[in-house]
Write a protein that binds this ligand. Sequence first.
Ligand SMILES: Nc1ncnc2c1ncn2[C@@H]1O[C@H](COP(=O)(O)OP(=O)(O)OP(=O)(O)O)[C@@H](O)[C@H]1O
Ligand SMILES: [Mg+2]
Length: 317
Amino acid sequence: MLLRVEKISKEYTSGIFRSRRHRVLEEVTFALAQGETLGLVGESGCGKSTLARIILGLTPPSSGKVFLLGQEVFSRGGRLKKEFFGRMQIVFQHPESALNPRMKVWDSLLEPLLLQKKNPLKEEHINRCSKLLRRVGLGEEYLCRYPHELSGGQIQRIVLAQVLSLQPDLLIADEPTSQLDVSVQAQVLRILKDIQVENNIGLLFISHDLDVVGWISDRIAVMLRGQIIEHAPAGLIRRKPLHPYTRLLLGNYSMSDSKKASRAVPRRSMELDSGIFENACVYFSDCPQAQQECRQKPWLQEVSDGHYAACWQAVRK
Ligand SMILES: Nc1ncnc2c1ncn2[C@@H]1O[C@H](COP(=O)(O)OP(=O)(O)OP(=O)(O)O)[C@@H](O)[C@H]1O
Ligand SMILES: [Mg+2]
């Protein structure tokens, strides 16, 4: 297995006078094979980017482990071990922060190679960079440009050229096209997918757009408030979503869901605010199907072949 994420939890402490602990991730576990794409989907603030930052060693987890090709990636101090530098890469949401504004495109393409102590000759380097740019659909003339002379879509292509040049084992794309307009989005996604398939790179693709995730992914994990609540092959999750929250995301709530809603357990917001339901299902306060049993948190269980859901009713179906 290329990547294994085991029971990653993350808590932040906040507050000026009275510090309060704020749990952002709760025991997130999943695996990703070489050359596979796992789509991670969930609403804004559910913890997707935090998870990405933890995997890359940019933020230490409160607990849990990350393994790359069977080896734990963090040292005892919680830092990324040196041997994993460059083997994992990320494409961020905001193209403007992806490249150093004071560097020309070709320096940006050269930088990761220098970090890896690969120092090609100048001519060799120009040829190599031009080839990389052609692969992402840009001409040689872009080599001498600064980031402010490029559009968001062009910057994301250059970031993909960097990926191509470094050949990481794992690529995390954190909403890489959400800042781009639709036509450019499609082009960048196509290039990303092609690069990933051709180079057998494991891709963790993060987005809140299920259509995009469905197109690019082999498997999809749905996240809600720091927990994975459903996990299945992409086709299956879209045809037969099990968790009520996934159904809401897909926009296919059925009549039977609303009938069940009338039988739902009454929940007073004060009780919720007071934290009485800390042990309840993460969707308890909003679920139209919530029952008494949902006051106990369900865990992610295999409902059918490769299809996991954390919902008591899905498990019993
Ligand atoms: N350094 C931090 N200190 C305290 N809280 C933080 C910190 N970083 C993130 N958070 C909180 O963690 C939660 C998850 O944030 P995160 O950026 O991972 O969400 P996300 O799923 O990526 O959202 P989006 O789709 O909007 O990018 C948010 O409530 C955020 O406020
Ligand atoms: Mg994010």
